[in-house]
Write a protein that binds this ligand. Sequence first.
Ligand code: ZN
Length: 230
Amino acid sequence: MDHLKRLFDNNLVWAENIKQNKPNFFSDLSKQQSPDYLWIGCSDSRVVSEQLVGLQPGELFVHRNIANVVVPTDLNCLSVIQFAVEILKVKHIIVCGHYGCGGVKASMESVEHGLIDNWLCHIKSVHQQNEDELLAIKGETKRLDRLCELNVIEQVKNICHTTVVQRAWRNRKELSVHGCIYTLETGILKNLNVRFSEIHHMNDIFQLKEAKRDVYKPNITIMKTDYEGR
Ligand code: ZN
């Protein structure tokens, strides 16, 4: 039994439908992509990035991982951000979380989940930083949902702190970083109204200035050796 047959059958129907409506769609798209947006979202199968914002293939550059975390040592995510900003020249980076996120929920627990606990440590840090606010919230679900929002806000800041985004802003490139959150039960995307678009929006410690590098001029002195003149 071919477990993937349904997927291949669906693919043929999907491609055919698009070709019927836009005969040149795939040939045009195969030549280039020029999305205006980079989307960093959760891997959760229910949060379907392009569909929920009504965009077509080619309009959204996407990176997804568990609980939409941006870690400054994650080469995968950093490479996506660099390619999106410097090559594709996207104008907006959107971090999209979702309420009831399983990754965020697991980060609130004190039981071992395996390797993923190392990843979830980043969210535990967000929890720790906002402990007073979170502990004041009554009800586990509401507390989880607030941590989902705080996690998005923190990841937006992490993106702004990357050398890629800082360099873009120093060079006066048009680039905004936004945070939003999705509700699985309603399909509605909510703007968290966190938006940064220039380097001065950052705390001083995170405003990287271009280093002044002296042109390397080696000081070469020709030494006389004992062999000379012999
Ligand atoms: Zn999630």
